[in-house]
Design a protein around this ligand. Structure first.
Ligand code: NAG
Length: 356
């Protein structure tokens, strides 16, 4: 009991800390006025993000930074319902961001599709029976703990698939056991031979791994290393491992099915990230492609409180708390006639772990 209370207290502190994290460096017209002011802006950005660049590299990256700063500033004066920012990718090119952070989710191999014995395209619940607002980060009205751990940071290792899968399992594990436990993405990187470690993988394969190998270790027992170890470490476990009993796929092109799934628990989705690398807050409304090269976890949904309300998903990313809205993105739903969904979110691959 004392431990449960301590956990809840700790979570509250972590949540408050996360909400206070400053996610961006603001840009003014004056910052863009001269080379000198731009250098000052770049220095401020480096300091804010604790980035140290060597002299030659810094000069080269400054030219990238300048372009990004001008683009972001111009976009933010265009009246879109979301902002871009000089986030942690401020002095990186689009290509570098995609290489290190974006291309980390691979399609399910045909062999895995053929043996989808545990995948169910089952009908979910009654179609009109889901809340209008869901946020699994919050403590429940019945004092159940949050179902979402702190935002993780993949740090240039293409492990979004492992973070998306563990976030979904952390969610259902918290809902079923009333214990929020951070789970090991590194174990999946090292041990799930069906996926490609830091070169990318698929959350469904991660669920399969957990089912076939008796569960998943905690983050504390098998901490993140941001690289492939090259071998699977059998961890000396101090904590019990967390198990799941199966997984289900959300039917594609069915927004209501995804709403109902998210109302029940956090759900992994495949996403095209190419147009929101520099997202800095608000409801992202596109434009966006549909190439699902990234995996994230939907942890809720809601509607903005404005004269022109926008419906959105709340999605947990694995690019650290300095990206987006403290590590999350709100992404518009109900777009494209509800078929593809924004950034391909409804195009298949949405799935969730089952825990009895
Ligand atoms: C999707 O992105 C991947 C990785 O960048 C690329 O290899 C693939 O060709 C793209 N697919 C489409 C249909 O554009």
């Amino acid at each position: 009991m004392a431990r449960a209370i301590a956990t809840i207290l700790l979570m509250a502190i972590v949540l408050v800390a996360a909400m206070q994290a400053v996610s961006s460096v603001d840009i003014t017209d004056t910052d863009l006025a001269s080379e000198k002011s731009l250098w000052a802006l770049y220095d401020r950005w480096c300091e804010h993000h604790s980035v140290a660049r060597g002299l030659g590299e810094k000069a080269r990256r400054f030219s990238v930074f300048k372009e990004n700063a001008r683009m972001v500033h111009k976009f933010n004066h265009g009246g879109a319902p979301y902002k871009l920012s000089l986030n942690l990718f401020g002095d990186m090119t689009d290509e570098e961001v995609d290489d290190g952070y974006g291309r980390c989710s691979s399609p399910l191999p045909n062999s895995a599709k053929q043996s989808q014995d545990r995948v169910t395209h089952g009908v979910l619940a009654a179609r009109d029976n889901y809340p209008i607002y869901v946020d699994w980060r919050m403590t429940g009205y019945d004092q159940r703990p949050s179902a979402v751990t702190n935002v993780k940071m993949q740090r240039g290792c293409g492990a979004c698939w492992a973070f998306a899968a563990t976030a979904a399992v952390e969610g259902i594990n918290s809902i079923r056991t009333r214990k929020l436990v951070s789970l090991s993405a590194q174990q999946l990187i090292d041990c799930d031979k069906e996926s490609g470690g830091c070169k990318g993988g698929n959350p469904v394969l991660a669920f399969k791994y957990m089912i076939d190998h008796g569960g998943i270790s905690t983050e504390a027992d098998y901490p993140y290393f941001a690289d492939d170890h090259g071998y699977c470490l059998v961890p000396k476990r101090k904590d019990p491992i967390v198990t799941i009993d199966g997984f289900k796929e959300v039917p594609p092109k069915d927004e209501v099915a995804l709403l109902q799934a998210v109302a029940a628990q956090p759900v992994v989705v495949g996403i095209d990230t190419k147009t929101f690398r520099r997202y800095g807050g608000g409801v992202f409304v596109g434009p966006c492609g549909t190439n699902q090269t990234h995996s994230m976890t939907v942890v809720g949904y809601g509607t903005t409180d404005e004269t022109d309300p926008i419906d959105y998903w709340i999605i947990k990313n694995s690019w650290g708390p300095k990206w987006g809205e403290d590590g999350y993105i709100r992404m518009a739903r109900g777009v494209n006639g509800g078929t593809e969904g924004l950034c391909g979110i409804l195009m298949g691959g949405a799935s969730y772990p089952v825990k009895n």
